[in-house]
Design a protein around this ligand. Structure first.
Ligand SMILES: *Cc1c(COP(=O)(O)O)cnc(C)c1O
Length: 434
């Protein structure tokens, strides 16, 4: 309540906009993560982005660590991306017929991600994982899909099981409206538990169409996989002819140009991409071994389509983004900035039980002293502390993801000054805690 009153006093325009939005949009937002539900208070309505900064309706400027939840790795309103969108828009925004730009984006993706031989463009990460699961089932003729507790793969019915909140191993749907039938075909295991994977495949390997995972998790905060866990997944899926799907919607072009798989030296059968690949417009993709991808209509029998798939504007933004990210210096810069932020937050939080996890420019400060390796440990974080931290930072002009279970993203547009200002703000917040 106190947080709401404070929000209204400091942010009259955002508060008014939110009240108005709630009358016509369920909960006032078009995606629940935007609503500050986990931390309380009123979401800030944004009017502008400039590089690493965003400006809200009330004129407050923030250093932004959400970056639209991942896509804005080059910062907001990047001039080259805007130019590409503008040039394309002036020639028409959608044809429903093929364009050469779609092939160009496909070629860039294939060149970047070693396991992808062919790729289909879609409109959202959800659509990419949904399509990859259907393809894996159609290709193998099997129904069961294995996922890991705390991994999020979009709002696909069969994957909204233990997607960041419910207890592991039981196939309990995360949402009303998901049939038990959809949930029953999903088997949930604990992340980083290689022996559970071996046991499951020994018992039911012939039923398993696919294993899907975030190869570095972003959706329970940043959680890093054990190399041995990844090895077991690759070996067991290969031995039982199941499809290994890396959901790199968040990690693709984020942790490295070739995604997490390029850092880990593992080739999944299928990969899903989103967020960065659309350059801030709605585009996503799924791709992998040609032998599997050629089962998609019209090359094969498995149906998947989209009126706006490969949309010219989204494709142009994606191409511009990937062309710029092909420069390895971008990732060196992101690594240096990410490391500076990690070290600084770790120092600032020295007196508070915490741990920090980071891969490149993806980072989470967990209010849990134990290293977070799975959902059970993530769940034990002190969420009240996170909410205090979040609002303390927001007051100091630092815009963090509004949940303990979302990673912070650094962009190439952040400066060392931005990072140092963020660390100083955190030190100031924590000093108030005594
Ligand atoms: C964001 C995300 C999705 C869903 O993508 P949308 O574009 O929001 O549908 C799927 N998987 C992962 C790993 C994600 O981070």
């Amino acid at each position: 309540m106190q947080r709401n009153e404070e929000s209204i006093a400091l942010h009259p325009k955002s508060s008014e906009a939110f009240a108005r939005a709630q009358k016509s949009i369920p909960g006032g937002v078009n995606s629940p993560a935007r609503a500050f539900g986990a931390v309380g208070g009123t979401p800030r309505f944004m009017v502008r982005g400039e590089g690493a900064h965003v400006i809200d309706l009330d004129g407050h400027r923030y250093i932004d660590y959400i970056g639209s939840w991942g896509p804005m790795i080059l910062g907001h309103a990047h001039p080259d991306v805007l130019q590409a969108i503008g040039d394309t828009a002036s020639r028409g925004t959608s044809f429903g017929a093929p364009t050469e730009a779609e092939t160009r984006l496909a070629e860039l993706i294939i060149a970047a991600v070693p396991s992808i031989e062919k790729v289909r463009l879609v409109n959202s990460g959800t659509e990419a994982t949904m399509s990859a699961i259907r393809l894996a089932r159609g290709f193998t003729g099997r129904e069961k899909v294995v996922k890991f507790a705390g991994n999020y793969h979009g709002h696909v019915d069969s994957l909204l099981v233990a997607a960041g909140s419910s207890a592991a191993t039981l196939s309990v749907p995360n949402s009303p409206g998901i049939t038990q039938g959809a949930a029953d075909n999903t088997i949930v295991l604990s992340y980083n538990d290689a022996s559970a994977v071996c046991e499951l495949f020994a018992q039911r390997g012939e039923e398993i169409a696919a294993v899907i995972l975030e190869p570095v998790v972003g959706n329970m905060g940043c959680v890093i996989p054990d190399p041995s866990f990844l090895d077991v997944l690759r070996k067991e899926t290969q031995a039982h002819e199941s499809v290994l799907i890396y959901d790199e919607v968040m990690t693709g072009f984020r942790v490295a140009y070739g995604g997490a798989q390029s850092l880990q030296g593992i080739k999944p059968d299928l990969t899903t991409l989103g967020k960065i690949v659309g350059g801030g417009l709605p585009a996503a993709a799924y791709g992998g071994r040609a032998e599997i991808m050629d089962h998609i209509l019209p090359a094969g029998p498995i149906f998947q389509a989209g009126t706006l798939s490969g949309n010219p504007l989204a494709t142009a933004a994606g191409i511009s983004m990937l062309e710029q990210l092909a420069d390895p210096d971008v990732y060196l810069r992101l690594e240096a900035l990410g490391n500076r932020l990690q070290q600084g937050l770790d120092r600032a939080a020295a007196k508070i039980p915490h741990s920090v996890a980071r891969v490149g420019s993806m980072l989470t400060l967990f209010f849990n002293p134990e290293k977070v390796t799975n959902w059970a440990i993530a769940e034990a974080c002190d969420l009240e502390r996170f909410a205090l931290y979040f609002h303390g930072m927001l007051r100091r002009g630092i815009y963090l993801p509004c949940s303990q279970y979302e990673a912070m993203f650094v962009s190439a547009a952040h400066t060392e000054e931005d990072i140092d200002q963020t660390i100083a703000a955190a030190a100031d917040v924590f000093s108030e805690w005594g």
